[in-house]
Design a binder for this molecule. Sequence first.
Ligand SMILES: NC(=O)c1ccc[n+]([C@@H]2O[C@H](COP(=O)([O-])OP(=O)(O)OC[C@H]3O[C@@H](n4cnc5c(N)ncnc54)[C@H](OP(=O)(O)O)[C@@H]3O)[C@@H](O)[C@H]2O)c1
Ligand SMILES: *[C@@H]1O[C@H](CO)[C@@H](O)[C@H](O)[C@H]1NC(C)=O
Ligand SMILES: *[C@@H]1O[C@H](CO)[C@@H](O)[C@H](O)[C@H]1NC(C)=O
Length: 324
Amino acid sequence: MFFHMIELTLQNRMNEVKKLYESLSLIGSLSLAISLPWIIYKALHLQRSLNNLFGKVVVITGASSGLGEALAHEFYMKGCQVVLCARRRQELDRVRTDLMHSHSTVQTHPPIIIPLDLADLDNLVENLKKIITVTGKVDILINNGGVSHRGNVLSTNIDVDMKIMMVNYFGTVALTKAVLPDMVKRNEGHIVFISSVQGLIALPERSAYSASKHAVQAFGDSLRAEVADNNISVSVISPGYIQTNLSLNALTGSGDSYGQMDDSTKSGYTPEYVAKKIVKAVAQKKKEMIISSMLPKIAIFLRKYLPSLYFFAMARRAKKSSLK
Ligand SMILES: NC(=O)c1ccc[n+]([C@@H]2O[C@H](COP(=O)([O-])OP(=O)(O)OC[C@H]3O[C@@H](n4cnc5c(N)ncnc54)[C@H](OP(=O)(O)O)[C@@H]3O)[C@@H](O)[C@H]2O)c1
Ligand SMILES: *[C@@H]1O[C@H](CO)[C@@H](O)[C@H](O)[C@H]1NC(C)=O
Ligand SMILES: *[C@@H]1O[C@H](CO)[C@@H](O)[C@H](O)[C@H]1NC(C)=O
């Protein structure tokens, strides 16, 4: 009698488990049935957006190295007419030759080179006119040129703060203002800002850089709202560390080049990986995107929702710093 009861209960349990399993697998196949067309739709949509890039005029600042150079390759491969901007003409020439040699089968216009200095605000309008004279229009402006900072607030000359703000923020703003009237007139266009994870959270010893990237972030958000009615898209991209020369070219407190490759930069994403992600985001007109590992994302979350923990972690980081 007793064992019989146990057997019955066991059997009931087994039936319950079986039912649960059946309903779960029903949910599973249902959600697969629903999500599979969605996944296929998304993939097709992405492909169509990428195809739409063909023939677009894409102006890239900071195209002489690192991420800008990788972006030039990605857009060129999609059939865009790329306009390469930076200070060093020789490096721009190198990138141009590289583009034409490494993707010789791509049907597009040869890249155009426009040497310019983002810190020379007065010349940016002239340079943009030059571009439009050659290409007729600018479809996409990628504000990528920039310079970083290594030094604490106490030992950083105000000139260095101004220089970094000038290149990363005012140069970017001036070039954007130069291109905007034509985009408004044509009722289409896309402006992309390469900010940084440090446009969302500040690290010690990067005050000028973080501040300039925060400023870019805010400018982009304001602009996006203003030009939404003009069919102009604005994307703000925030990458984490990328394997480029950014830390080598960073300015120290006295304005010299830092000249060292940081471990964090060395172990970052490849520029090609980040460039591929950015091209997809641009094609799909994403309003913003963070391209980073988990840790920066956690830090961004903490800064917003648990600030005291973020402040503590940053103070510890500053204390351990080797720059002192
Ligand atoms: N590397 C990272 O870890 C990382 C992470 C997040 C965001 N970013 C951002 O990515 C962008 C590209 O940097 P990168 O990492 O590729 O570093 P990079 O290799 O040092 O490239 C910087 C580019 O900006 C140009 N540039 C610098 N000052 C300029 C000026 N006054 N006028 C015109 N162009 C100027 C440089 O060209 P010339 O020297 O020829 O002028 C170069 O092409 C920057 O905005 C940077 O803040 C980088
Ligand atoms: C960094 O600079 C060196 C020397 O100028 C150059 O050879 C190298 O290609 C640069 N690296 C990147 C990723 O741009
Ligand atoms: C808006 O811009 C896109 C390109 O970014 C273009 O294909 C489309 O025709 C434009 N729409 C209007 C209404 O002008």
